[in-house]
Design a protein around this ligand. Structure first.
Ligand SMILES: [Zn+2]
Length: 138
């Protein structure tokens, strides 16, 4: 696996490599499923791996799951309750492009906004607040 270049460059490649010790092709053995508001699988996992700090990990399809206006990644608000306080990074993997999006929980506090578009109450973070990392699988 090689990292093409983190963007923006404020995040070092070394830090990205540290975070991406976590597999991006799915949950690891330490990952715990986070239920959504209905008690079903939310598509998010909480991973307490000490090497890179606790992360919220999620795989999705950008074409289906990203907000378009404004461009943003939204989470069911209920899934994030009590979770953002625990994690050092939110890691979203777009299955369609193998792109990894990294955001800090602080970004959600500072730039996150609420949306309600027929999928329940959601908290969204604009795409510009994410570090975007293209990964090439070897
Ligand atoms: Zn994990």
């Amino acid at each position: 696996m090689s990292i093409v270049a983190p963007s923006p460059a404020t995040l070092s490649t070394a830090e990205v490599q540290r975070i991406l010790q976590h597999p991006i092709d799915g949950p690891c053995s330490l990952c715990r499923v986070l239920p959504n508001g209905d008690g079903k699988h939310s598509g998010c996992w909480l991973c307490p791996a000490p090497e890179y700090g606790t992360i919220l990990f999620r795989r999705l399809d950008a074409s289906k799951h990203f907000l378009r206006t404004p461009p943003a990644i939204a989470f069911e608000a209920a899934v994030l309750v009590g979770v953002l306080e625990l994690v050092v990074w939110v890691v979203v993997v777009d299955r369609e492009t193998n792109t990894v999006f990294l955001a800090t929980p602080d970004a959600f506090c500072d730039e996150g906004f609420e949306v309600e578009r027929g999928h329940g109450f959601q908290l969204a973070l604009p795409l510009g607040c994410w570090h975007e990392i293209r990964v090439e699988q070897e």
